[in-house]
Design a protein around this ligand. Structure first.
Ligand SMILES: C[S@@+](CC[C@H](N)C(=O)[O-])C[C@H]1O[C@@H](n2cnc3c(N)ncnc32)[C@H](O)[C@@H]1O
Length: 329
């Protein structure tokens, strides 16, 4: 799709690029993306390994990317952004940055808020340590806000692709409706008729997504170990992009992550048969993210060779690399 840039690596369905996503995005044709799924560097006070901007500047900085995303999305496209919450500097009072971003995206850039989601991560460690563990003034913050923006009021979406398993109670009800309820109009206005007990293949999921960020990430982390680098410090679990990719796109649609990190989004998009592009500023993160696409039995030597080629600026077609090193992969 790009004339001026070659990918750091590519697969059957997608490609990862090293660079500033603003420059890379600008190269894409307008109206070409179905879904941008991302998690930007957070506006936390604590400096992360990949650097951070002051909270005041953060929103303006982010909106510059969002403006471009708006141009590059198809009319029925979506932009899903995961924002971790934050405290103001030095005091136990919350920053409103994630809410301000949401309002400015709508008021200034013309996005619509299709729905607000909340990602509850039960395995999140308590933080900030000062307010939670030491002084015991605040409970642990285990919910991220995930805003689903759309370019028009009518983004493509199909919730039947993300139905949740039925509860045991609902399963029993479907098996034997007469035993459990009498059809009637509830005070809420919901008509609980006989159709209520129909098996629709699963329950409608809520906008509170409970996903533990405790995936093993085996292939990715063993690659990192083999080349002696740390795993990315702010990965999201595959279930998060999986939910939105399934609900908001069809096979062969284009999914882009503009703050790619370890390329969780690309891995899921590939598995779901979507085309994908991932942009990440740091070559080392991109190099390590390629491990996600290697066969299970890849040797440490093969992983090292691949990482070095990518970090040195070579453009690697993973299928080709796999064939060439078939003895060691
Ligand atoms: C929160 S992390 C994303 C983690 C990712 N979701 C994953 O699961 O691994 C944000 C990433 O954005 C990258 N980044 C920051 N500014 C960027 C820019 N201008 N262009 C491309 N990537 C950038 C950082 O290096 C960092 O890896």
């Amino acid at each position: 799709m790009f004339d001026n840039f070659s990918p750091a690596y590519s697969t059957h369905k997608g490609a990862a690029y090293i660079g500033d996503s603003k420059e890379l995005l600008a190269e894409l044709p307008d109206g070409s993306i179905n879904l941008v799924m991302t998690s930007p560097p957070f506006a936390l006070q604590r400096q992360k390994a990949y650097g951070n901007l002051d909270q005041h500047e953060y929103i303006d900085w982010f909106l510059d990317f969002a403006r471009l995303v708006h141009r590059k999305l198809k009319n029925d496209g979506s932009f899903v952004v995961d924002f971790g919450g934050a405290y103001m500097k030095g005091v136990p009072a919350r920053s409103l940055y994630n809410f301000r971003v949401m309002i400015r995206m709508v008021d200034e850039l013309g996005f619509f808020l299709a729905e607000d989601f909340y990602w509850f991560n039960p395995s999140k460690l308590p933080s900030p340590i000062e307010w939670v563990n030491k002084r015991k003034l605040r409970v642990k913050d285990s919910v991220n806000t995930v805003w689903w923006f759309s370019k028009t009021e009518w983004p493509k979406s199909d919730i039947t692709k993300v139905l949740a398993p039925y509860s045991d109670r609902m399963k029993k009800l479907i098996e034997d409706p007469d035993k459990f309820y009498t059809p009637k109009l509830r005070p809420s206005g919901h008509d609980i008729g006989t159709g209520f007990a129909k098996d629709n293949g699963g329950a409608i999921p809520p906008n509170l997504l409970q996903i533990s960020n405790s995936e093993s990430n085996g292939q990715y982390l063993s690659g990192c170990k083999a080349v002696g680098v740390k795993g990315h410090p702010a990965r999201f679990p595959t279930k998060l992009p999986e939910f939105f990719i399934r609900m908001l796109t069809d096979p062969d649609d284009l999914v882009v992550d503009i703050f790619g990190g370890s390329n969780t989004t690309g891995q899921v998009a590939e598995a779901e048969g979507r085309r994908w592009m991932t942009f990440e500023a740091l070559a080392e993160y991109v190099g390590a993210s390629a491990f996600r696409f290697l066969d299970k039995g890849a040797t440490p030597e093969a992983m090292k060779a691949l990482y070095q080629r990518i970090v040195a600026g070579e453009s690697v077609a993973l299928e080709e690399h796999r064939r060439q090193s078939s003895l060691t992969l």
